[in-house]
Ligand binder design. Structure first.
Ligand code: GLC
Ligand code: CA
Length: 574
């Protein structure tokens, strides 16, 4: 069994979404000083690292994933000295700091894009469709001649946020130029051309800028999107029945060269800095290519996140991800929530008619949320979210917790349309509800209208009144709360040697033979500790636990007469 050598191989990483964590100045938007004031919450929880969603200068048309200046902090969040202070405070508390970087696209307010717009292309009918325009500053982006004499988009590539991926730029007279730039996401997020050496070296500089300030690593946004298929060919979307179709802007082989360059920069530091890839890539073997020893250290495990509440499916995902990563010697990661997907309590909730809900979109298309108007049994959903996080924290490798997941928060649907900010909502005419429902500001206590998020009366998204009983303060006072469950689990995880290790070896997790809807595995004894058995009941009936095991932790009062009740997880000393 392999011992871990690096912190990132078995860390617990906590994601902070800065708009919604804590607001120090009462303008309704979370900020860096707010995070700073809540570092004790993270230290008490017992996490090893914080991952901060984008803090850069941005017009905030995609909540900061549209960066206008990669080397400064947006004034909404604070300034560079606040940022430096936060790093220092975290490091004093023994917590590492990862920040986001968004290399696939800039904001349309980035100096490079403004410079490009200041060089309007000429509408020349002789230019064939799909010709690249690479004059001057446009060489950093993908500007193509449209079809039908420039009047129609160059191809049919769909944007993740709705509509097509193309936006036409005006010519010098302000008339349509027949030239269109590529944006996989919103039109305010033009894609960079990563075959351009200037783009590549500029980003190496960005990495060094933040590494030099002391950040311990980066979460790389859309790490599978930077290389586009040559010739910009149309493609057929992969479907459940034919998942082999390849999207022309995802997971193209040349993307790996970029990560090799980045890895070299990280290795120049002592201790070496680290990367985590946001790559929505299937199958596990292809995903693992990003994690080769000279590429990125870790990557999110999205098949785990998107799996439905189903024992067979979950076991398969765990096996496939351990196996895929084993092939390249990388630790596996586990994630159930982030700022792009419905909260687990809502996803796992069965429909009110008793049927199980579907898994998240199998094409890994984050823009498609399930049917939100279908009523769900949230009470069961919350039980399952607790069981889910307990199972996740016992798996070998690194686990991610998204802010508020430790409180068992649910997705919020009752947000007035005019307050919704996710471009996916507007771009699809409201058909896609967007991601605001998992971005509602955290409830800390009952000291203010905003549950302690700030001392003012308003937050950028309204919080449901029912969260009064879900605040951090309320949960601290309740032994059976989700917060105390997660705190205890993290303590145990640190103290039980069997739960360490990164499973570079198949014997690091041994499945028990059980009925299909029971997920039960043993983490063998290491060092002087005991073996630990984890049992999750994803079925409807109670399940008789093996006699003689000692209960260490349980997601609820889970055991009745030696049987594990439905929707619960226990950790046992085997
Ligand atoms: C990633 C981010 C998401 C963002 C998108 C575009 O998927 O997680 O929030 O909208 O990239 O940058
Ligand atoms: Ca603020």
């Amino acid at each position: 069994m392999q011992r871990t050598q690096h912190w990132w191989q078995e860390a617990v990483v906590y994601q902070v979404y800065p708009r919604s964590f804590a607001d120090s100045n009462g303008d309704g938007i979370g900020d860096i000083k707010g995070i700073q004031s809540r570092v004790p919450h993270l230290a008490d929880l017992g996490v090893d690292a914080l991952w901060l969603s984008p803090h850069y200068v941005s017009p905030m048309l995609d909540a900061g994933y549209d960066v206008a200046d990669y080397r400064d902090v947006d004034p909404i969040f604070g300034n560079l000295s606040d940022f430096q202070e936060l790093i220092n405070t975290l490091h004093e508390a023994g917590i590492k700091m990862l920040v986001d970087i968004v290399p696939n696209h800039t904001s349309w307010e980035h100096a490079w894009f403004k410079e490009a717009l200041a060089h309007p292309p000429i509408n020349d009918p002789a230019v064939p469709a799909l010709t690249r325009y690479t004059e001057g500053p446009w060489a950093r982006y993908h500007l193509l001649r449209g079809r039908e004499n420039g009047t129609v988009e160059p191809n049919q590539w769909p944007s993740v946020f709705g509509g097509l991926t193309w936006h036409q730029v005006p010519d010098a007279a302000g008339e349509p130029s027949g030239w269109w730039y590529l944006h996989i996401f919103d039109k305010s997020q033009p894609d960079l051309d990563w075959t351009n050496p200037e783009v590549r070296s500029e980003f190496l500089g960005h990495l060094k800028f933040w590494f030099d300030m002391g950040v311990d690593g980066f979460r790389i946004d859309v790490a599978h999107g930077l290389a586009k298929a040559e010739g910009y060919p149309d493609f057929t979307q992969p479907t459940a029945s034919d998942p082999t179709n390849h999207v022309a802007y995802w997971d193209q082989d040349p993307v790996h060269e970029i990560w090799r360059e980045w890895r070299e920069v990280a290795e120049q530091y002592d201790p070496p800095r680290v990367f985590v890839a946001e790559a929505w890539v299937n199958p596990a073997e292809r995903n693992a290519l990003y994690l080769r020893h000279d590429e990125l250290h870790t990557g999110f495990n999205f098949p785990y996140l998107t799996a439905a509440w189903n024992g067979k499916a979950l076991r398969r995902v765990i096996d496939e991800s351990l196996h895929g990563n084993y092939l390249v010697g990388a630790p596996t990661t586990w994630v159930l929530e982030n700022h792009d997907v419905w909260r687990a309590a809502t996803r796992y909730a069965p429909l009110a008619n008793g049927e199980e809900a579907a898994s998240l979109d199998a094409n890994l298309d984050i823009s498609k949320s399930a049917n939100w108007s279908e009523p769900r049994n949230l009470e069961i959903g919350v039980h399952r979210a607790r069981a889910g996080i307990m199972t996740m924290l016992a798996l070998p490798g690194t686990a991610y917790i998204y802010q508020g997941q430790e409180l068992g928060l649910e997705e919020v649907f009752d947000i007035p349309d005019e307050l919704r900010q996710d471009p996916a909502f507007a771009n699809t005419g409201g058909e896609n509800l967007g991601r605001d429902g998992c971005r509602v500001p955290l409830p800390w206590d009952n000291t203010s209208e905003t549950f302690g998020f700030n001392s003012a009366e308003k937050s950028w998204l309204p919080q449901p009144r029912r969260w009064a009983s879900k605040t951090v303060a309320a949960q601290l006072g309740d032994e059976t709360s989700c917060l105390n469950l997660v705190r205890n689990a993290l303590k145990l995880r640190k103290n039980l040697p069997a739960l360490g290790g990164i499973s570079l070896d198949s014997v690091d997790l041994i499945w028990d033979e059980t009925p299909a809807d029971i997920v039960s595995f043993v983490r063998p004894a290491r060092k002087d500790g005991h073996a630990i058995r984890i049992v999750m009941n994803m079925g409807k009936a109670s399940y008789a636990l093996p006699a003689g095991d000692v209960l260490l932790a349980s997601s609820e009062d889970a055991i009745v007469a030696g049987e594990l009740t439905a929707n619960n997880t226990v950790w046992l000393q085997a």
